[in-house]
Design a protein around this ligand. Structure first.
Ligand SMILES: Nc1ncnc2c1ncn2[C@@H]1O[C@H](COP(=O)(O)OP(=O)(O)OP(=O)(O)O)[C@@H](O)[C@H]1O
Length: 263
């Protein structure tokens, strides 16, 4: 499904601040696989997501999604395949628009559906049914501006919107980081449910060692722009957070206090 071949990404090339963010990265993620990614600050995790989504174009290497070479396609041209959820719960929705309008825009994204049918009575019923699965009572607030919602409610809506385009690839960039523990657990459950329903490939960046071990099928550790540890099955589930911290520390990339506290 997702194939990265020998990706090299260099920021500010030829200047004193030149930095190699991805350094010959190879990665293959088949459809249906849920992959968690950990690593120290600056290891290249967000750079990986930015190269896959098309925000950054690599200096060399190829990005292949669903068998198609998309290396030269800009991010908007990849929207039909990819949904991305950011760490900022306020980033994924338009605050001044109503909940219904946000959902209609998400349905229109990727070009599968037009806005007008999305606002018919039937479409609103579909929206209500989808919102009811969140268990937050938002199905009764379709006309409210999203600005009135809490961070957790907005991130839950963003997750719902991410699934509406039937993406082949779900990119989750620390999407649980800003949520309180109860909301985090609920959005995580929603994430896993959505991944299973879509049958897509998912890539979740996290600073929580516990989450990285407990969630998904495969765990990657990144350091200095490469994948340096790759575990699945019992090799993954038998890991402990302290094993992971040791792996990261052994790479010379000292784990941050945040990683240690995240458990
Ligand atoms: N837009 C940019 N301009 C210059 N350097 C950048 C840019 N984005 C990232 N970098 C550098 O690239 C390297 C990898 O950064 P990246 O954000 O991918 O790391 P990360 O693993 O996501 O870190 P964190 O856990 O702190 O979010 C770092 O050295 C970072 O300073």
């Amino acid at each position: 499904m997702l194939c990265l071949e020998n990706i090299r990404l260099v920021h500010n090339p030829g200047t004193p601040t030149e930095v190699t963010a991805l350094d010959g990265l190879d990665l293959h993620i088949p459809a249906g696989q849920f992959v968690t990614v950990v690593g120290s600050n600056g290891a290249g995790k967000s750079s990986l997501v930015n190269v896959v989504s098309g925000v950054h174009r690599p200096r060399s290497g190829r990005v292949i999604i669903d068998g198609r070479d998309v290396t030269r396609l800009p991010d908007h041209a990849r929207a039909a395949w990819i949904s991305r959820v950011f760490d900022n719960p306020l980033a994924g929705t338009a605050p001044e628009l109503s909940l219904a309008d946000n959902l209609a825009l998400a349905m229109a994204r990727g070009g599968r559906r037009r806005l007008r049918p999305a606002l018919t009575r039937q479409r609103r019923e579909l929206m209500r049914a989808q919102l009811a699965t969140l268990g937050l009572g938002l199905e009764n607030r379709l006309t409210d501006p999203v600005a009135l919602f809490s961070a957790g409610q907005r991130q839950s809506v963003t997750m719902l919107m991410a699934g509406l385009t039937q993406p082949k690839l779900l990119l989750l960039d620390e999407h649980l980081a800003a949520l309180d523990p109860r909301t985090r657990a609920r959005v995580l459950e929603l994430t896993v449910r959505m991944h299973d329903r879509l049958g897509c490939a998912s890539l979740m960046i996290t600073h929580s060692m516990r989450q990285a071990i407990d969630v998904g099928d495969r765990l990657l550790v990144m350091a200095r722009g490469r994948v340096v540890f790759d575990a699945a099955g019992p090799d993954k589930t038998n890991l402990t957070p302290s094993d992971l911290v040791d792996i990261i520390a052994g790479l010379g990339d000292a784990p941050t206090d945040r990683q240690l506290l995240a458990g």
